[in-house]
Design a protein around this ligand. Structure first.
Ligand SMILES: NC(=O)c1ccc[n+]([C@@H]2O[C@H](COP(=O)([O-])OP(=O)(O)OC[C@H]3O[C@@H](n4cnc5c(N)ncnc54)[C@H](O)[C@@H]3O)[C@@H](O)[C@H]2O)c1
Length: 248
């Protein structure tokens, strides 16, 4: 993995930072000179991550991203200057199709994967608008391009693209870029048990086309590129990082 200086003197917030894509993104940012506010619902994962990173400029905030007091603590930890935000925390939906999805699953998946993205973005925007600069990367999914999940997860990840494009339309003129990354299969700790026999039958065929899973580091490379000035002219983009799965 490369090291560099793209993020010297920058402060970036990453949600879902205790595992998988979020953790790899934070690791890459630290290697490139960034101060990172890493947040996750798992305090243990954050404690372990902090221990691994030694004296690196890594601040951790443990808590549920759906809780507005957690968003407030993230903002306090970040301070008045925020260069970037990665809305990465996400959960799956048991692959439940609409006829089988229960209210609790629907509400929780929408809360974590979509509403929290809106709320944390709403919190950082005033600071970025004042600074006239910022980069926001939202993690959507292959499920926003093809059948790859249940109703709630799919709806949440399509909506994240809508939020991304709307944010780009309103705020690129203020110096704030907003883009989405759509991972295909990635080898992480995300829990994705099938809770529907019907979905297993239908999705089995869809998944037979999928390329081999990517690594979290491959996703981190795309995410940090969108955070960096290397992508200065890019806003409102939906970037698939899926080994070409969406073309099949
Ligand atoms: N792994 C894949 O194949 C894949 C594919 C497409 C999209 N994605 C998306 O990538 C993102 C990262 O997923 P991952 O695969 O790295 O998963 P992961 O489970 O390895 O990591 C996600 C982290 O988010 C945290 N988290 C979950 N709910 C939270 C909440 N309410 N508040 C704060 N933190 C919370 C978890 O504790 C976990 O540490 C998610 O948005 C996911 O939907 C993953």
């Amino acid at each position: 993995m490369s090291t560099g200086t793209r993020f010297n003197n920058q402060t970036i917030i990453v949600t879902g930072a205790g595992s998988g894509i979020g953790k790899a993104t934070v690791t890459r940012l630290l290697q490139e000179g960034c101060t990172v506010i890493a947040t996750d619902i798992s305090a243990q994962r954050l404690t372990d991550f902090k221990a691994e990173q030694g004296n690196a400029p890594l601040e951790t905030v443990a808590g549920d991203i759906c809780d507005e007091s957690v968003i407030q603590r993230i903002m306090e930890a970040a301070g008045p200057h925020i260069d970037g935000l990665v809305n990465n925390a996400g959960i799956t939906d048991g692959f439940l199709p609409n006829a089988e999805v229960d209210n609790a699953t629907w509400d929780r998946v929408i809360a974590v994967n979509l509403t929290a993205v809106m709320k944390l973005t709403r919190a950082v925007l005033p600071l970025m608008i004042d600074a006239g600069k910022g980069s926001i990367v939202n993690i959507s999914s292959e499920a926003a391009t093809r059948l790859a999940a249940g109703a709630a997860y799919t709806a949440s990840k399509y909506a994240v693209i809508g939020l991304t494009k709307n944010n780009a339309a309103f705020y690129t003129r203020k110096g704030i870029r907003t883009n989405a990354v759509l991972p295909g299969g990635v080898a992480t700790n995300i829990e994705a048990p099938f809770k529907s026999e019907y979905a297993m039958e239908v999705l089995g065929k869809a998944f037979s086309m999928a390329p081999a899973p990517a690594s979290s580091e491959q996703l981190a490379a795309a995410i940090t590129w969108l955070l960096s000035d290397d992508s200065a002219n890019i806003s409102g983009t939906v970037l698939n990082s899926d080994g070409g799965w969406s073309t099949l």
